[in-house]
Design a protein around this ligand. Structure first.
Ligand code: PLP
Length: 378
């Protein structure tokens, strides 16, 4: 029973469900050996060594409050992207930016547009503040954003459009041409939140350049994270580049000291570590290829991905797969909460983990020839 203590929009609210931690799965299934966590799009190569060194040094100073304005990090990012410091917002992970967009800019009478089957946080932040949510169905087999459908849902009530590119969990992307055509249809006063959490992993050459639109004076917020290719997920640090009024709006609503002292030091060093990002991208591309080839011949659909994960869609209930993989010490992400109950999402781990995943999935989906049969009806 929802408590009447909660604000009205929160009474039917279901919070974000994160990937399962390793120790929880170890306890639940009494596992002793290695557990492969392939559930949360983390970097299997670890953390940028330059960031690690900077954070070790910064630990000596944690008796002090951090720089509340993240001055040096914002200046560094402004220089890197050719913007002013007032165009840069630093956050405790990019989810903080997304949440603050809702808190700072949305009235309950406003509407938000995004796609179905995209990053769950967009829907959750809109619901938290009681704004209306409009979801455009996906196209191309139900795995890709329909940019025209998203644009068609924008009217006077719409204040924010949330877009992830590449998108999570399907891994698909929209191109520069598609985005430019989309922006031409979006009214100037609508805020377009362009979430590029997986940008460092992309290898195609037709990805949009959100900075072009920002420099043209569009109300666009370009959101980035240090959690993925830089390997800083546990530190919680991200940033956003946008027009001064949007950045000021976010500043108004953030917690004081939102980016902690160690995270600021880690991020300062990580963004210079181009070698680590290059290595992470190359490793990811090779392992995605290995996984995709390993799944060949199985009764699954795997949309093309430019992220550090693959969506594996069995088109039938896949919750049993998630459980059986856990029993074998492999944690993937069930996709029911994303409207894809037949799918799991897997992020490449180290090569041996990926080999183990492919072998286990093949065994589980092989039916009567495998040691374990799928449940009736699968
Ligand atoms: C599209 C997208 N945006 C943002 C995030 C959150 O990243 P952060 O760790 O910076 O909060 C994720 C994480 O999975 C994501 O998939």
């Amino acid at each position: 029973m929802p408590s009447n203590l909660l604000r009205e929009p929160l009474r039917s609210f279901r919070p974000y469900v994160a990937g399962k931690p390793i120790e929880e799965v170890r306890r639940e299934y009494a596992l002793n050996g290695r557990i492969a966590k392939l559930a949360s799009n983390e970097n299997p190569l670890g953390t940028s060594p330059m960031a690690l060194a900077a954070m070790r040094k910064a630990l000596e100073e944690v008796y002090l409050y951090p720089d509340d304005s993240s001055f040096y990090l914002r200046r560094k990012l402004a220089d890197k992207f050719g913007l002013e410091q007032d165009n840069v917002f630093v956050a405790s992970g990019s989810v903080e930016v997304l949440e603050l967009c809702a808190i700072a800019f949305l009235n309950p009478s406003d509407a938000v547009v995004t796609s179905e089957r995209t990053f769950a946080i967009y829907e959750l932040v809109a619901r938290k503040v009681g704004a209306q949510l409009r979801l455009a169905p996906m196209i191309d087999g139900g795995y890709r954003y329909d940019m025209q459908g998203i644009a068609a849902r924008i009217d006077d009530r719409v204040k924010i459009v949330f877009l992830a590119n590449p998108t999570n969990p399907t891994g698909t992307w929209f191109t520069r041409d598609e985005f430019d055509q989309f922006m031409a249809k979006v009214p100037q006063d609508v805020l377009v939140v362009y979430d590029a959490a997986y940008e460092e992993y992309t290898t195609v050459d037709d990805m949009p350049d959100p900075l072009v639109h920002l420099r043209q004076g569009r109300r666009l917020l370009y959101v980035r994270t240090l959690s993925k290719a830089y390997g800083l997920a546990g530190m919680r640090v991200g940033f956003a580049l946008g027009p001064v009024d949007v950045v000021q709006g976010l500043m108004t609503c953030r917690f004081p000291f939102n980016a902690n002292l160690v995270a600021q030091a880690g991020a300062m060093a990580a963004i210079d570590d181009v070698e680590f990002v290059r290595r992470s991208r190359e490793f990811n591309t090779a392992e995605l290829d290995f996984l995709r080839k390993g799944l060949a011949g199985l009764p699954v659909t795997v949309p093309p991905s430019q992220g550090n994960f693959l969506l594996i869609d069995t088109s039938k209930d896949a919750s049993w797969l998630f459980v059986e993989l856990q029993k074998r010490g492999i944690i993937v992400r069930p996709m029911g909460p994303y409207g894809l109950p037949g799918a799991i999402r897997v992020s490449p781990g180290l090569h041996e983990d990926n080999e183990r995943f492919v072998a286990s999935l093949r065994e589980l989906l092989a039916g009567p020839t495998g040691s374990l049969r799928p449940p009736p009806g699968f």
